[in-house]
Ligand binder design. Sequence first.
Ligand code: ATP
Length: 538
Amino acid sequence: MEGDQNASTADCAEAVDIGGDAEECLVKQRCQEQREALPGEPRCVICGRYGEYICDLTDDDICSIECKTILLSRHEKAHNPAPKLTHHVKIPIKDECFYVRDNDRGGSGAVTSIQIDSLRSKIGLCVKGVKGASIPAPVLSFSSCDLPEKLENNLETAGYVIPTPIQMQAIPAALDNRNLLVSADTGSGKTASFLVPVISRCSGIRLRCVTELRNPLAMVLAPTRELCIQVEKEAKILGKGLPFKTALVVGGDPLAGQVYRIQNGVELIVGTPGRLIDLLTKHDIELNEVSVLVLDEVDCIMQRGFRDQVMQIVQALSQPQVLMFSATVSREVERMASSIAKHIICISAGNPSTPSSSVKQVIIWVESKKKKQKLFEILMSKQHFKPPVVVFVGSRLGADLLSEAICTATGIKALSIHGEKTMKERRESLQLFLTGEVSILVSTGVLGRGVDLLKVHQVIIFDMPNSMEEYVHQVGRASRMGEEGTAIAFVNEEDKKLFRELVQNLKSIGAAIPRELANSKYLGAYPSSHQKKRKFGS
Ligand SMILES: Nc1ncnc2c1ncn2[C@@H]1O[C@H](COP(=O)(O)OP(=O)(O)OP(=O)(O)O)[C@@H](O)[C@H]1O
């Protein structure tokens, strides 16, 4: 038995190791650390970056340990399809971690906690839990999670071949019924990190116990209608063929239809906090069976304006499992999270709270009066305009006026989207943009967070948002799953509050800093947001 365990742990270590210990400290761990390939240079077969290394097993060019892990996992799947797991293997080691290997055949897949830690650090994961309590180990494949077969098939059909790093850790931890606070880069697959366990749990309950009365079992709260629509759509795709129905509860759509749908039996409600409160106060919806609550974009949803509504909803539930996600999680958010749920496991992957390293940030110093002209110049330039483009502005009126001005001045089709438009208009604008009929969408913050605009590789931040957190999310719209994108941001003295953090971020990635920004007298004047959030008395 001991021997078997050693053999399997060695296999596991091999799956994420490039060429031995001495070399390992020099090799790039994450694919985002690798530079782009120059013309004629080898390219990584997984991500297309510079293929600095060769995978010893497959002879393919790869850029980093992260991509080698993915390559080996695919290779193993292709050459040695794994039988479906029927149970997890618990290892009698002191911190009670357990690890499920992709090709576990029932009993020999044990690895030590040191190896689990090493695996975590190799895929860029950081976990923190209550001292002494175990944290489920990451998995390298969806098939290791003991998911319903239909869910696994749906994941495959959706093109989810292997889990992203955050999914590797968050899914098994959520399936283990733990409260989570998860932070991971924009576009890194956080949505499936909560939908997979939610669908697995809900359909499992329904399959075990068939009832006529189907009260909601799970709830996802998100700050914008667009994000709720997207999450519900993805939930439907991943839950297809399972006893898993969803209801969308957002403003702008008739309340009666939403109530009717819930009363007819659903497993998941996805909604914005305000509309949900509206619905719950006017109608008798049974929430006793809700056992999972997801707070997507938790930092935003816990801000003033939303916080009281969220707390009201939390109090209406009977101590559900709470799963909280965002690309930007500060200490303050950690504190607020612990007021909602106990024994939270904090998981982070990549470099959350910083703009996606896949997006090239171009900061242009432009006085407010000249911003429009500058924008038109970019849009008229074949070299610089890369449609479809989202232009972020600070006000609803600004969005309407700017979209009209773009059409008039450049002849390029542009529409606006913001919270004052009807739901029908918002849906239509987004649809026209996503189908390519309109190349430019001028948006307020409604599209700033969470929205998965797959074809968008360029955003223009016409008005800088109020915080670096929102900036991180807006930049993130230009890249999904590590694809390259560009974010052009117009900056001037009106944005002085952000100067310090912006410059820190630009320096850390070696990006160009406009002279006016680098020499600004305001650079030291405003503390960065985490400095502002120091404890009293410190
Ligand atoms: N395992 C996977 N394999 C392939 N594609 C995936 C996988 N997981 C997620 N995706 C796709 O990656 C894209 C980004 O995922 P998602 O929208 O969940 O990112 P996110 O982390 O929530 O980003 P944001 O912070 O911007 O909201 C989506 O198009 C999604 O379908």
